[in-house]
Design a protein around this ligand. Structure first.
Ligand SMILES: Nc1ncnc2c1ncn2[C@@H]1O[C@H](COP(=O)(O)OP(=O)(O)O)[C@@H](O)[C@H]1O
Ligand SMILES: [Mg+2]
Length: 322
């Protein structure tokens, strides 16, 4: 069966004007996501992950580049189409507590997106009850308030809100980063079950490569606003090509007993995203940087089948035939 691409980003950019200059929060992002799969987006804090998620959802306007959704360019849409897209594309936030109205009960919170979608009366009450069951919230919690619940249950409310209007696509922005490790797996399993049952497509953002590995079909590694590597999850872990990805991977614990890995510690200066120079943004921290890395920006190239990397030295350091 032919693969159906649900979402594509082509050279997507988002710049913010700041007092110190132009801040390149998202600066040339490329990916495609197949329907029903998960693209994991990893990178350290401040590299532009949340901005990317918001631009894709039209919560922020892009500066340049294209967003293609179901084969159509949705970079610029009118108000009517935007309203439709608001139902089809949803977001789950990192901190459920900050994103939930403290004065509303669980049922009221879940009711909101349904009401906005024009679902009222008995039908709405029925849907709220169904949604609570779907996300694993006991019916008796319906009249509780967010502060009376633990982090895991609060995030279940966030999930219920996101899926209330049957979206096709959900941005999960660090949805488990604020949760206890013991609860993280429950929420990840819930997201995976929902994907299987409803054919949902996810853009799953995390600073933690081990979380992303578990549920992503593909992974995109970001560094200072840019795609530095993008591949199937398996190939990324088996053959990480970018020195930054290699450093990230060296910090992921190895599951096998007795197996040791040399951890690569990143030293050197993190360059500012404000008015960045046209060169490799990772060069100052890179073990392999040469003059060419400082002379111009690297291009994203397919160095293995379906495996893209933006690094001047990728061929040399990975012994890829030239
Ligand atoms: N509204 C804004 N105005 C100016 N700068 C912003 C704004 N939002 C985010 N940024 C900056 O953009 C960069 C990326 O931020 P963000 O997308 O939140 O990163 P991440 O989610 O990866 O931690 C950071 O340097 C941040 O300070
Ligand atoms: Mg963020």
């Amino acid at each position: 069966m032919a693969k159906e691409i649900l979402l594509e980003a082509v050279g997507l950019k988002k710049y913010f004007q700041t007092a110190a200059g132009q801040l390149h929060a998202v600066d040339d992002i490329y990916f495609t996501i197949e329907k029903g799969t998960t693209l994991g987006v990893v990178g350290e804090s401040g590299c532009g992950k949340s901005t990317l998620g918001r631009v894709v959802l039209h919560l922020l306007e892009s500066t340049d580049g294209k967003i293609i959704y179901k084969g159509k360019d949705i970079t610029h849409v009118d108000k009517k189409r935007l309203r439709e897209l608001r139902n089809e594309m949803q977001i789950i936030f990192q901190d459920p507590f900050a994103s939930l109205n403290p004065r509303m009960s669980v049922r009221q919170i879940i009711s909101e997106p349904l009401e906005n979608g024009g679902i009222r009366g008995e039908e709405r009450e029925k849907r709220i009850t169904e949604l609570m069951t779907t996300v694993g919230l006991a019916e008796r919690l319906g009249d509780s308030y967010p502060h009376e619940l633990d982090g895991g249950r609060r995030q279940r409310i966030g999930v219920a809100r996101a899926i209330a209007m049957n979206p096709d696509f959900v941005v999960c922005d660090e949805p488990v980063s604020a949760l206890d490790v013991s609860i993280q797996a429950q929420i990840i399993n819930l997201l995976q079950d929902l994907q299987k049952e409803r054919g949902l497509t996810y853009l799953f953002i995390s600073h933690d490569l081990s979380v992303v590995k578990y549920l992503s079909h593909q992974i995109m590694v970001m560094y200072l606003g840019q795609t530095v590597e993008w591949s199937d999850t398996e190939d990324l872990f088996a053959h990480p090509l970018h020195p930054y990805t290699q450093a990230l991977l060296s910090a992921v614990p190895v599951p096998k007993v007795g197996q040791k890995k040399q951890r690569i510690l990143l030293k050197g200066e993190i360059v500012s995203p404000i008015n960045p120079k046209p060169c490799c943004r990772f060069a100052k921290r890179c073990l392999y940087a040469t003059e060419e890395c400082f002379a111009g920006p690297p291009k994203l190239k397919e160095e293995r089948p379906g495996h893209f990397v933006a690094c001047h030295r990728a061929k040399d350091i990975n012994q890829i035939d030239k």
